[in-house]
Design a binder for this molecule. Structure first.
Ligand SMILES: *Cc1c(COP(=O)(O)O)cnc(C)c1O
Length: 415
């Protein structure tokens, strides 16, 4: 397969200079825009005129397109190897409108059983009640079960490249084949693997992100993105039927600016998150702990993820490694909570908090937090035990300093 270099694609994106020639773009804060020729106003509403029409001065209103948010959308599209993109106020603010755009009342989704808790609740509880859109959850590794779950009304096959929190790797090429054979779209959440894996190369039709995590990287913005074809992104902005336009999960241009300023070092950050996670995963495994990390050769999907990584020498992690998130299965919640207490309150290895992709290490028990929406049955189907500790490995401090803290916490917890 042809090599894809997401950082080269980002650098090739048209550079936006500031309005006074600054090296940084200006922030366009206006919610509304002057229309120079009054005759063009109707064209803006029908979508004939707009930011992609190649004519300047084509903005209408900030819930439609904003120039600063649009720059970040183009940058995300470049990274994802997609023709178009736009940004939203949150990751779920991207996922929910995408599903509502693609499904009519009575339509059906096939989803991986291991997905982010909020996404699971959206599909399991919200969409059937509010929109009459139902979802079948299947283990994404079982391709026969995925195929068997399709009905004549299935419009979307949904998965995460690396599942939150179980780190199951989706075989995107095979899933895309199944979806396309049934006339459905493959929608992929690539939040856990920005830059390292590019789902569009394997046939994903729409790629969504929670920018809140690795892409922003400083846990100070909630944000999301949708990337896909030009027609699809435009359809989401249609003034009559566009789910982004009409549900209104609009990103603030100030947030777009800040996040855009952090994209140039996303590659450095992802590589360092991965380098440390790989090192800790190997050492924890050697200590006899049950570690889940796709960079370990014993991970069931190790060969699959190697086949999808960007960069040179994918067997050794390519350019960006196997990601910054790992899991440790400690069996029961009491043992895990004891370790968490040591890690945060005595060793200061990291913080007990949900979310991920932060510069410091963040740790949480998935069953008791970001996957609690799944309930006992859903947790069982997704393979999340009560003692499953998700760690998003940070890059602050030195690696050996952090390992020392982790080791002392393990010693103190009898692990
Ligand atoms: C956090 C997360 C989301 C939701 O994103 P928000 O920005 O919190 O709305 C969706 N998918 C995955 C994989 C996530 O980790």
């Amino acid at each position: 397969m042809e090599r894809f270099d997401p950082e080269a694609a980002l650098a090739d994106c048209r550079h936006e200079f500031g309005e006074h020639g600054g090296v940084n773009m200006s922030i366009e804060t206006s919610t509304t825009f002057t229309v120079l020729d009054p005759n063009t106003m109707p064209d803006l509403f029908t979508g004939q005129l707009g930011p992609d029409s190649g004519r300047e001065g084509c903005y209408l209103y900030g819930r439609h397109f904003n120039p600063t948010v649009y720059v970040l959308g183009r940058q995300l599209a470049a990274i994802e190897g997609m023709p178009a993109g736009y940004c939203t106020a949150s990751g779920l603010g991207a996922i929910a409108p995408v599903l509502m755009q693609l499904c009519e009342q009575g339509d059906h989704i096939v989803s991986a059983s291991a997905v982010y808790g909020g996404t699971w609740a959206l599909m399991h509880d919200f969409l059937p009640r509010k929109c009459g859109v139902t979802t079948s959850f299947v283990p994404v590794q079982d391709l026969a079960a995925v195929e068997a779950a399709f009905t004549s009304r299935t419009r979307v096959l949904y998965c995460e490249t690396l599942s939150n929190p179980t780190l199951v790797v989706a075989d995107l090429s095979k899933l895309a084949d199944i979806a396309h054979r049934h006339g459905a779209m493959l929608v992929v959440d690539n939040t856990f693997s920005p830059l390292s894996i590019t789902p569009s190369r394997f046939g994903a039709d729409v790629v969504v992100h929670s920018l809140t995590k690795f892409v922003n990287g400083t846990s100070d913005f909630i944000a999301g993105a949708v990337t896909g074809s030009k027609e699809f992104v435009q359809s989401m902005m249609d003034v009559h039927t566009g789910a982004l336009m009409l549900l209104g999960p609009t990103m603030d241009p100030r947030a777009a600016f800040e996040i855009s300023m952090r994209l140039p070092h996303l590659g450095l950050r992802v590589a360092e998150h991965s380098r440390r996670a790989q090192c800790f995963a190997e050492r924890l495994r050697d200590r006899g702990l049950k570690v889940v990390y796709p960079g370990l050769p014993e991970h069931p999907d190790h060969a699959l993820i190697v086949s999808m990584l960007n960069g040179d020498d994918p067997a050794r992690g390519g350019t960006y490694g196997f990601g910054g998130v790992m899991g440790i299965d400690l069996g029961d919640a009491d043992r895990a909570n004891l370790l968490l207490d040591e890690l945060q309150n005595r060793q200061r290895f990291g913080w007990i908090a949900v979310s991920l992709g932060y510069f410091d290490t963040l740790m949480s028990l998935s069953a008791a937090s970001t996957s609690s929406e799944l309930g006992d049955d859903g947790l069982g189907e997704a393979g999340i035990s009560p003692g499953y500790l998700r760690m998003s490995i940070g890059y602050t401090g030195s690696l050996e300093q952090r390992w020392g803290q982790l080791e002392r916490a393990l010693d103190a917890s009898g692990l």
